[in-house]
Design a protein around this ligand. Structure first.
Ligand code: RVP
Length: 498
């Protein structure tokens, strides 16, 4: 028994980082880090696999800004796989397998397809995949929406004077053709006139606009997705992989469960999944991290109970204060060359810096991003302020949705519970303040991290762990850290006393 009391667990709020002598300029730091053994990112931030945080809109903007999103799994296999598809098709160097439309399709069909994938036009191919035209916003501009059901694509598409390029065109030549003919889309065709790819001007613009974007070797945005380990989990993993997912996250509240470890081992030993990185979690101790590493994961996710919506620590009495959990796990991870992800409990940019100094390579955020425009769900008005729904994946709403199937009960090992009133929640449901577009929120988060690196004297993430030093603080110290003795009258973009 005495052993059980021998250690003190610390949370982010228990410490501060000491300032150091520094020659660092905040805007010059390099925040490149490892998401997994094989994938690097320019920004160490991941959006959580939660149904009020990450669907395709969130994942796209996360990846554009240099981080990555983990698509949640509280939806059918088809729906989750099609979200992977939406992210992978959202922008790319050259689309080798572009979406197309048949000349016989109606404009209503076309409109639906374009809406779903947020695109403005498509190459038109016949049944032999021969390019017969292209249809874009320009062709649709003078068509009344009432006529969409009646008119076919072949009635309005552009078929004369099509500008195309050869299948093996270089990026530079493609750019020249787009500019010369002032067109937005360049279909690529093989020697038989069959469609072989598509290059769009939007992708060139996006590349300039988002130089830090997290992309695969074909120039497509990277995306991760959560999976379980029971029932049809294998089928889900396969469907996600076929849709082009970069990373699978075996997503459980207790990564040390035998079933979760077995799932990881199986994925890692199947050559079919060789091109996909596997993240495992969550654990909160050195031995938990070691179990994950032994199972073969490409990154270990750490956090039992720190989440803002999590009640595991009170319902089960289990958990480790997050700073200590990250530190303990990171020691083991570093020795094995496996990146460590600090998941949960991060609400201010300063917490990101503390997690990285403790040894994490990246952080995962839920509540801090749930108020963004790109998070799923509508804004609600409460007492004259705007909010968005945020709930735990272990909340009643997520595990026992009214009239709907929950796909994520197994995260808490309750998949066999058939009656909703028998669910044991480990999370709560609530609202977080609406925060506007994710771009602006990430700008503040990343900017805050740059400031930390300046104070610590770290030019890069590796130096954070080397040079960063903690000091423990008291309740009085914490009170002193936050604004005090003032009534705040203006909102700061990176601080809320909420
Ligand atoms: P936070 O960022 O503090 O809001 O925490 C988000 C994390 O909380 C998630 O990434 C996940 O690990 C955890 N979580 C999600 N649902 C629940 C729950 O219902 N207990 N916990």
């Amino acid at each position: 028994l005495p052993m059980a009391f021998s250690r003190l667990g610390l949370a982010y709020d228990d410490v501060l980082l000491l300032p150091n002598e520094t020659d660092v300029i905040p805007s010059h730091v390099d925040t490149t880090t490892h998401l997994t053994r094989e994938i690097t990112m320019k920004v160490p931030i991941i959006s959580a696999a939660m149904d009020t945080v990450t669907e395709s809109d969130m994942a796209i903007v996360m990846a554009r800004n240099g981080g990555i999103g983990v698509l949640h799994r509280n939806l059918s296999i088809d729906d989750q796989a099609s979200q992977v598809d939406v992210v992978k098709r959202s922008e790319s160097g050259m689309i080798t397998d572009p979406l197309t439309v048949n000349p016989e399709a109606t404009l209503a069909d076309l409109d639906r397809l374009c809406g779903r994938f947020h695109i403005s036009g498509l190459p038109v191919v016949d049944n032999d995949r021969k390019l017969v035209g292209i249809i874009t916003n320009r062709d649709m501009r003078f068509v009344a929406p009432e006529d969409y059901g009646r008119l076919k694509v072949s009635d309005v598409m552009t078929r004369k004077g099509l500008i195309t390029g050869p299948a093996d065109i270089s990026r530079e030549d493609a750019h020249e053709l787009l500019a010369k003919y002032k067109v937005e889309k360049l279909p690529l065709v093989d020697t038989q006139g069959r469609l072989a790819g598509l290059i769009t001007v939007k992708d060139f613009v996006k590349t300039e606009q988002y130089p830090d974007a997290t992309k695969d070797d074909q120039g497509r945005l990277r995306v991760a997705a959560g999976i379980g380990f029971l029932g049809d989990a294998w089928q889900r993993a396969s469907a996600l992989m076929e849709a082009g997912v970069d990373v699978l996250v075996v997503d459980t509240a207790n990564g040390e469960a035998r079933l979760a470890l077995d799932m990881i081992k199986r994925l890692k030993s199947d050559p079919a999944f060789a091109g996909v990185q596997i993240i495992g979690g969550n654990v909160a101790t050195a031995s938990g991290a070691q179990a994950m590493i032994d199972a073969g994961v490409d990154a270990v996710k750490v956090g039992v109970g720190p989440g803002s919506i999590c009640t595991t620590r009170v319902v089960a009495g289990v958990g480790v204060p997050q700073l200590t959990a990250v530190y303990d796990a990171a020691q083991v991870c570093r020795a094995a060359g496996v990146p460590c992800i600090a998941d949960g409990g991060i609400h201010y940019s300063g917490d990101i810096a503390k997690a990285l100094v403790a040894g994490a390579s990246t952080v995962m955020l839920g509540g801090a991003l749930a108020g963004c425009e790109e998070a799923p769900g509508e804004k609600v008005l409460l007492h004259g302020k705007q909010y968005k729904l945020y709930r735990g994946m272990g909340s009643l709403g997520a595990m026992a949705p009214r009239g709907k199937k929950s796909y994520s009960k197994d995260r808490y090992f309750q998949a066999d519970v058939t009656s909703n009133d028998k669910v044991i929640p480990e999370g709560v449901e609530g609202e977080v303040p609406y925060r506007g577009p994710l771009n602006a929120v990430l700008y503040q988060m990343i900017g805050g991290l740059h400031q930390s690196m300046f104070y610590i004297g770290a030019h890069n993430i590796e130096e954070m762990a080397e040079r960063g030093r903690f000091i423990r603080i008291t309740d009085a110290g914490l009170r002193e850290s936050h604004p005090h003795d003032i009534v705040m009258t203006a909102e700061a973009p990176n601080y809320s006393g909420f």
